[in-house]
Design a protein around this ligand. Structure first.
Ligand code: T4K
Length: 404
């Protein structure tokens, strides 16, 4: 580790050596008790039951139902496919309204099914789909709304539910970030017609790759279960044109191991979150997003909103400086989906006016969290940010090639 950053001259961009000798990533997995995971691996090998509705997958589904209070859980091999299966189970077609400020998978899952994602702007405070802007996007072709509980913070579920009911639309929630989080005391997973969690390696709870569709609607659950397994229903008929969305036993073993350590993960994450909040409290132009302490939160995401006028540095320049110190901060999510990939080159999206999505995708930065980052490392990350902001003017003038 290099010398403590006290002034801008200490920064790696000026003196060459990164502060951290190892890279600090956003998205380092939470693992849980390795010895229990290895025991489960041995069980799997001895049982010779590796996938397709195996005992660990069933146990994980049951545990998720117990923990969330949701009636049905269908574990899948990732949340992107989970969203596709959920969309099929709900008969979504034509157009579906989604926020543009989300991970591209939310939009791709629909596009992949031949459904047109209709991008909606988000609320500046919650970063979630703005219900006030949804109704204007409803057309004859609209069949549903997908809300994303970004950073694990719940959407405006009540208003979205009212809009969906009024217009006879299906309501699906992308709860990829929201495992272990609640809305008005009830666990996310219980709302809309179905919700989908992600258990990707970078998520609060991981199963290497994985996800789950959860719903309180028995028919939706039955269909999703069949679609996950090539369309076979419980009587072994091929009822639908399904896909292969099955979770493997090794993934479920990892998921169960993480579930048993969930409280520890939350304790570490919330402690880290509070450290970031305290350390950055007086740094002008840097705001750490809030979590509602009355709800259950997993605190997996440390999200900064950077006001470049107040802090004197652009988000991307601060990110570059952090990178040079081996802090691999991420621009979640940049650009907004409507400006990315196939949507950016589709003329029907070219005149979209989504000012909050534009603003957030230019100012949001995610910092490392989870069990792989220590409190002292967080204090050091914050010190680097403090030095950058305190010396923004010198940095701007010295590095004008970087800080365009
Ligand atoms: N909806 C929303 C709102 C989502 O955010 C996501 C996924 C989905 C739906 C779809 O869920 P899944 O189909 O993935 O279940 C990632 C993840 O791949 C993705 O799961 C996640 N959201 C998205 C926000 O981030 P990348 O390209 O940033 O991930 P990747 O693999 O580069 O990992 C990010 C960092 O994490 C790495 O720089 C290092 C660290 N890492 C990653 C892995 C995989 C580790 O330390 N260890 C690891 O094993 O997309």
């Amino acid at each position: 580790m290099n010398r403590i950053r006290k002034t801008y001259k200490d920064l790696a961009v000026f003196q060459g050596e990164p502060f951290f000798s190892e890279k600090l990533h956003v998205g380092r997995p939470n693992i849980g008790d390795e010895s229990i995971l290895l025991e489960r691996l041995q069980d799997i090998l001895q049982r010779r039951w590796l996938t397709n509705d195996g005992p660990y997958v069933r146990e994980m589904e049951e545990e998720i139902c117990k923990l969330t209070g949701v009636k049905h859980c269908i574990a899948v091999n990732n949340a992107t496919l989970g969203l596709e299966i959920a969309a099929r189970s709900l008969d979504l077609k034509g157009e579906v309204i989604v926020p543009s400020f989300t991970f591209i998978a939310t939009a791709h899952a629909l596009q992949w099914l031949g459904i047109k994602p209709v991008f909606c702007d988000v609320d500046p405070q919650t970063h979630n789909i703005d219900p006030a802007k949804v109704e204007a996007l409803i057309s004859e072709q609209t069949t549903g709304i997908v809300g994303v509980h970004l950073w694990g913070r719940p959407c405006d579920i009540q208003t979205l539910t009212e809009i969906a009911r009024k217009h006879d639309l299906k309501l699906l929630f992308d709860a990829a970030h929201a495992f272990g989080c609640s809305f008005e005391g009830r666990m996310l997973g219980n709302f809309g017609d179905a919700e989908v969690y992600s258990f990707h390696a970078t998520k609060f709870l991981n199963s290497f790759e994985g996800g789950a569709i959860v719903t309180n609607d028995e028919q939706v659950a039955e269909k999703a279960r069949a679609l996950r397994n090539f369309g076979y229903d419980c009587s072994d008929n091929i009822a639908f044109a399904g896909t292969n969305g099955k979770m493997s036993e090794i993934s479920a073993a990892m998921g169960l191991t993480g579930l048993a350590s969930m409280d520890d993960f939350i304790n570490v994450n919330s402690r880290n979150y509070l450290t970031y909040v305290a350390e950055l409290a007086n740094v002008p132009g840097i705001h750490v997003i809030d979590y509602d302490a009355k709800e259950r939160n997993n605190y997996q995401y440390i999200i900064l909103e950077i006001d470049e006028q107040k802090c004197g540095l652009k988000r991307d320049d601060l990110m570059k400086i952090l990178y040079s110190e081996n802090v691999l901060a991420r621009r979640y999510f940049h650009p907004g989906c409507h400006r990315a990939g196939p949507y950016a080159s589709d003329e029907s999206y070219s005149n979209l006016d989504l000012p909050e999505t534009e603003r957030l995708s230019a100012c949001v930065l995610a910092l490392p969290n989870g069990t792989a980052v220590s409190e002292n490392e967080i204090k050091d990350i914050c010190q680097i940010i403090r030095v950058c902001v305190n010396h923004a003017e010198e940095i701007r003038s010295k590095l004008n090639y970087v800080l365009a």
